[in-house]
Design a protein around this ligand. Structure first.
Ligand code: VGL
Ligand code: ZN
Length: 347
């Protein structure tokens, strides 16, 4: 499974501080195991210059959550002490990162990164619609932050390989994960990849990708065999072969969680040197009228493998659609003639 990151994604790194990892004042069990996957996610977001929010527990010296003041916890994450600093093995990129401190109020414990902070405002300002959450502790600050993110309307993805619980009672962490999923969070496990697919071009909620593995075959087959004027009745076997043997297939997707949804398609048969033929071009009805079809064709024609070709050709009943895209019907006065050896009755 692949997740495609877009400009509406942000990463929330929760409380990866010295005191919460082994050796600290309030350590999570096996806390160090999250560092490597988390640093990998951080790298993915920073490579795309997507915003990363580093949340931190930031208490005053006599905070109410400390045992000596009637709270549940040993003193931890006292502001400006070494225990409150981010873990030295956490890689913090220099660009597009934000530090959000929480739990600063003397008489209130605050587990959520949204509680009494600027986090929501900052996310909204950047147009973020989906957040990915990792860090510690699963059943306290991660859980509270995820629940608030869901409440605020963000699609929320839990980075399952990059969280750890305190597990005061065995199973606390697992129980919290179940609650987050119940609440509508999605989960990303190691078998998922956040793809670094280079040939992916985004426009608002949509993106175009040339990865054949990402195509939704059933949607393509249904459209071509039932709705298209040119391919009615095409069988699954023929459609499969046609896709397999096409040189490049372009999927048009609407970004969605947990997986993108295919809403348009075009396959290209080409020698990638001189000639290309575009076939099976469609955009699903509900997504028409937004310029997506034109964007798809333009993206195809500008694709690095195709843009220098001498001849790009297609057959259509709607030439008016392609004319603004620098395609022209061969005029009858042209010495060249478009020829077709037709073996089937319907076009
Ligand atoms: C946390 C306990 C106390 C956390 C913070 O970050 O999960 N847990 N303060
Ligand atoms: Zn705390």
């Amino acid at each position: 499974m692949k997740l495609h990151l877009t400009a509406k994604d942000a990463l929330l790194v929760v409380d990866v501080q010295v005191d919460f990892l082994p050796g600290g004042a309030l350590p999570v069990s096996n806390g160090e195991t999250i560092l490597q996957p988390l640093n990998r996610y951080i790298q993915m977001f920073s490579q795309r210059n997507l915003p990363i929010f580093f949340l931190r527990d930031w208490h005053c010296r006599n905070h109410c959550s400390f045992k000596e003041n009637g709270g549940n916890w040993p003193p931890h994450c006292v502001a400006d002490t070494s225990g409150a600093s981010f873990h030295p093995k956490l890689v913090m990129p220099p660009e597009n990162r934000h530090i959000v401190s929480k739990g600063q109020q003397l008489d209130k414990d605050a587990y959520s990164g949204f509680q009494n902070t600027e986090l929501l405002k900052l996310l909204k300002e950047q147009g973020i619609r989906r957040v990915f959450v990792g860090g510690v502790a699963t059943e306290y600050c991660v859980r509270a932050t995820v629940m608030d993110a869901l409440e605020a309307g963000f699609a929320t993805v839990l980075l399952n390989d990059a969280i750890q619980g305190i597990d005061l009672q065995a199973g606390d962490g697992e129980k919290a994960v179940a609650e987050m999923l119940d609440g509508g969070a999605f989960i990303v496990s190691p078998e998922w990849t956040l793809t670094d697919e280079k040939e992916r071009i985004a426009l608002d909620d949509y993106f175009i990708c040339t990865d054949k593995a990402l195509l939704d075959f059933d949607v393509i087959l249904r459209f071509i065999s039932e709705e298209s004027y040119w391919g009615k009745g095409r069988t699954a076997e023929v459609m499969r072969k046609a896709i397999d043997n096409s040189t490049i297939c372009f999927g048009l997707y609407q970004q969605a969680t947990p997986t993108p949804v295919l809403v348009g398609f075009c396959r290209v048969i080409s020698d990638l040197t001189v000639f290309a033929y575009l076939s099976d071009v469609f955009v699903l009805k509900e997504h028409r009228g937004k310029g997506l079809g034109k964007w798809l064709i333009r993206t195809i024609c500008e694709h690095p493998c195709l843009r220098d070709l001498k001849n790009v050709c297609l057959i259509t009943r709607t030439p008016q659609f392609y004319e603004p895209l620098s395609f022209s019907v061969l005029p009858t006065t042209d010495v060249r003639k478009f020829m077709l050896q037709k073996k089937m009755t319907e076009t």
